[in-house]
Ligand binder design. Sequence first.
Ligand code: KG4
Ligand code: ZN
Length: 339
Amino acid sequence: MNILAVESSCDETAVAIVRDGRQVLCDCIASQVDLHKIYGGVVPEIASRKHMEAIYALADQALAQTGLTRKELDAVAVTYAPGLIGAVLVGVNFAKAAALALGKPLIPVHHIRGHIAANYLAYPELEPPFLCLVVSGGHTMIVDVKDYTKMEILGTTLDDAAGECFDKVARVLGMPYPGGAALDRQSQTGDPRKYVLPRSKPGENPYNMSFSGLKTAALNLIHHAQQVGEELDVPSLCASFSEAVADTLVPRVTLALQQTGSRKVAVAGGVAANSRIRRGILEAAEGCGAQVFMPPLSLCGDNGAMIGAQAYYEFLAGNVADMSLNAYATKSILGESLS
Ligand code: KG4
Ligand code: ZN
């Protein structure tokens, strides 16, 4: 089954064609990052307009790259939630028009389910059940992936997502948007014990997390140094910050492996590219005797292929939409209902 998959929830317009959920025939992407860089973050209206300009040509490019004709497409899939609403609407509207014109099913895909499915592309042998640490720009959670379309959230951040904090700290340190990867690079030569930053344990659920205290502490430290004219050891601050984020995520993943008895753990989302977090998860998995699944960096960030992968399993589960499909800025990963 050849699925044309569309992703436009943030600042990347992406169109891929994926066969049977596992084989990427093409993965085309038009990044807007350079455009938003000058504003220090994504400007939603600009993002929507750029998606509008890029999406049709990108779909044509996808067909040309694979040599497939439109008739050889079996379904159209699209990220319908969550994301910048104007941006998601562009993809949904395009996908609806394409499905209607082709006379093929329309498959709505939750963006975070897509991130998890990136693992199916990287590891053909991977099948649920497994645990997944989801860390993206807008989400941070530990998910028990019971089946391709059945999931349970074990714990989640109660405030900021890890990616937001990486970007905010990087921005205040003068790194260009999105700063997570740049901060990661800087941290390589730093001392992770040089700066003392807090780790919080919010509420009763041991899997829940909080990052706003850590973010505020890092920002205060930077502002204070600037005010008193103290020179910051930027690589060490980046390393200490990454260490604190990893210290929040990794022990919870270890606990989840121990308490659920799961022997498989995967990572997903843009922040899953972080070298300190990857190292921590590798060690945690090794300590628990679990197999670890980490998509290559190219599949951690937003892409169309991950949407095509998840779409196949949504289709098999009967999760198709009609022409009344809408777009949603927020929606639970569990979101069975389309309303
Ligand atoms: O999953 P994603 O591409 O988009 C969302 O769905 O949000 O994640 C983007 C986030 C940004 O915050 C970006 O700075 C972060 O992933 N990121 C990283 C790294 N690479 C990307 N954060 C930390 N370390 C990295 N190496
Ligand atoms: Zn994403």
